[in-house]
Design a binder for this molecule. Structure first.
Ligand code: PMP
Length: 361
């Protein structure tokens, strides 16, 4: 097999070491004579897998003791519903920042349960996409929470500054940048992430929630979305996605072996600098996100001549560089550089882009 680098935004590539271990353990997990995916979620053996994964995630993100970690279903979008249902109370008010497509989708979903107030929206400024400074946001001090998305996967917009919120709980959709750098969990009321980028395969979502926010769900909240119910049952109120949980645990161990999130931060900065550096040096490619908000995880770029898009995508695929098409809502190209993408993959992409420019430019 020729070397392939997968730039998919999600489900995304997983570390090869993790895939090898899963393969080796597939049929006979730790001498059990069956696969971990065939074990009861209530068995001692699986509970150990689950607890170890949680302990490793707590260590990686230095999650304080007054936070629960939930392993659940429903992906990122499931949390678009769970957050207002759990946190807003009956006639609650909630603030949302829109920095791109996913935070906008979260607002649309929240409208089923409350009247979300949009505090600010990303906008074009001198042909660059920016997120307004917090001093320009219209914050409601009575809001039940402020929701934002620190990394917009479609748009390639990342916010490194954590909003200042006083007593309003801050809720972050970290689906596409969790574990990519250290984060001070204590600044958040709740963090959630669909697993399929930096955690593991799809089918699992992780919720990190401060304990005082539990027990506030509206009566009509489905039990499987109720954080208190999930916490009381150690995320096993119903059958959790056990195999995805196991794989997430392998990814957490891999991250620890690599030096944790600090090592990831350094590596991710190098990868992003390599790709943006080349894009900026060329007139053939462009990225239109303001430098302060460029995502290290998802790098959208356009060809100056969009008529070449099709050839670019076909030839890159042939060269073993997979899934570089931009999201269907925006077109162009996008390279996702999550933790599992090695720098060699980014170098291979830059080499291809240079060669394509030389031949077609
Ligand atoms: N939020 C973000 C930031 C995402 O990138 C995605 C999916 N790519 C979602 C939410 C939705 O996740 P899911 O498809 O797991 O519901």
């Amino acid at each position: 097999m020729n070397k392939v680098y997968n730039f998919c935004a999600g489900p995304a590539m997983l570390p090869v070491e993790v895939m090898r271990q899963a393969q080796a353990e597939l049929l006979d997990w730790q001498g059990q004579g069956c696969s971990v995916m065939e074990l009861s979620h209530r068995s001692k053996a699986f509970i150990q897998v689950a607890q170890q994964a949680e302990a490793d995630l707590r260590e990686l993100l230095a999650i304080p003791d007054n936070y629960k970690v939930l392993f659940t279903h429903g992906g990122g979008r499931g949390q678009f519903s769970a957050v207002p249902l759990n946190l807003s109370g009956k006639n609650g008010q909630a603030d949302y920042l829109i920095s791109g497509s996913w935070s906008s989708a979260a607002v649309d979903e929240a409208k089923r349960y409350l009247l979300p107030s949009v505090v600010a929206q990303s906008r074009w400024q001198d042909d660059r996409l920016v997120v307004p400074e917090q001093s320009q946001w219209k914050l409601n001090p009575k809001a039940a929470f402020l929701h934002y998305c620190p990394n917009e996967t479609v748009d390639g917009v990342e916010m490194t500054n954590v909003p200042e919120v006083d007593s309003v709980p801050l809720v972050a959709d970290m689906s596409s940048n969790i574990l990519s750098r250290p984060v001070d969990v204590s600044r958040f009321g709740l963090i959630y992430a669909g697993a399929q980028k930096n955690i593991g395969p799809s089918g699992l979502s992780v919720v990190i929630v401060r304990e005082d926010l539990l027990g506030r769900a509206r009566n009509e909240t489905p039990s499987i979305l109720d954080y208190q119910v999930l916490a009381d049952n150690d995320s096993m109120f119903n059958t959790p996605p056990t195999y995805a949980w196991y794989l997430a645990g392998l990814v957490f161990q891999w991250l620890k072996d690599q030096g944790g999130v600090r090592a990831m931060e350094k590596r991710n900065a190098e990868k992003a600098a390599l790709l943006y550096g080349y894009i900026d040096s060329s007139d053939f490619y462009q990225n239109r996100i303001h430098k302060d908000f460029r995502s290290r995880m998802n790098v959208p770029f356009q060809l100056a001549n969009p008529e070449l898009d099709k050839a670019f995508l076909e030839q890159s695929e042939q060269a073993g560089l997979k899934a570089l098409a931009g999201h269907r809502s925006v077109g162009g190209m996008r390279a996702s550089l999550y933790n599992a993408m090695p720098i060699e993959g980014v170098q291979a992409l830059v080499d291809f882009m240079m060669d394509f420019e030389k031949r077609m430019g």
